[in-house]
Design a protein around this ligand. Structure first.
Ligand code: PEP
Length: 256
């Protein structure tokens, strides 16, 4: 089943970068990936750098996107950025429900579901993040937490909505900590996610790209990508280092 899914590597720059740093990083990625194949690559940059990403990446094999989107379409919502604005700058992807948004900005499952639909209404592909904390894992609640997060986005719009989305499994304890889930640990949660969806719609489940995120780097990417239900990576820290990000992309291209 995994043959029908291409590997996808997405960089999440978080609140990092500058015009000068981005130019160097994107230039190195474009040069390094010019003749690469067998995977999809993307970077999700801070809002102010979307125009720069669009200018530098148009015509390259790297897509770009944002890290958040408003649940609203337009209006008096100071500080918010809507999906139509992201489309204006050529975004393909938008991350929704990243654990940092859930924890630091109080985003709950219902809001994540509304953001997912707002993104899809504009033809953006939401990358919906799910994942358990260390305390939840230690208490044996990993599957329950991840399934609850998943059910919350399926319930309002139906499982078909996942046909136009990407899911990222990001155990919170592995994000930015240097601790990676082992390939087997990650695979077992990815398999649970796919099985949960397959019960409702086997085709949607078979086609869904499920990314792993949490301290992915060049040295551990290949072992993760060899797992049957791991379809790529959402990469934080290592996405800021051209050599590391290129190594992850190369592993994606070589892993099938
Ligand atoms: C992330 O922010 O989505 C992430 C996975 O970060 P890191 O790769 O730094 O753990």
């Amino acid at each position: 089943m995994s043959e029908m899914r291409r590997k996808l590597v997405v960089g999440n720059w978080k609140m990092h970068g500058s015009l000068t740093e981005n130019e160097a990083l994107l230039g190195a990625l474009k040069a390094g990936l010019a003749s690469a194949h067998g995977f999809q690559g993307a970077v999700c940059v801070p809002f102010p750098y979307l125009a720069q990403a669009q200018a530098l990446l148009t015509g390259s094999r790297i897509s770009w996107g944002a890290q958040d989107v408003s649940e609203r379409a337009k209006g008096a919502y100071t500080g918010e950025v809507c999906g139509a604005m992201l489309k204006d700058f050529g975004c393909h992807y938008v991350i929704v429900g990243h654990s940092e948004r859930r924890t630091l900005h109080g985003e709950d499952n219902a809001l994540v579901a509304r953001k997912m639909r707002a993104a899809q209404a504009q033809g953006l592909l939401p990358i919906v993040c799910v994942g358990e904390t260390l305390a939840q894992r230690s208490s044996g609640a990993t599957e329950a937490v991840v399934c609850e997060q998943l059910d919350a986005v399926i319930a309002p719009a139906g499982v078909q909505s996942l046909a136009q989305a990407v899911v990222a499994y990001e155990p919170v304890w592995a994000i930015g900590t240097g601790k990676t889930a082992t390939p087997d640990e990650a695979q077992s949660v990815h398999a649970v996610i796919r099985a949960r969806i397959a019960v409702i719609d086997a085709n949607v489940a078979a086609g869904l790209q499920i990314l792993y995120g949490g301290s992915v780097k060049g040295s551990n990417a290949m072992a993760l990508f060899k797992m049957p239900d791991i379809d790529g990576a959402l990469v934080g820290g290592a996405a800021l280092d051209a050599t590391e990000f290129l190594a992850i992309c190369q592993a994606a291209g070589a892993s099938h």
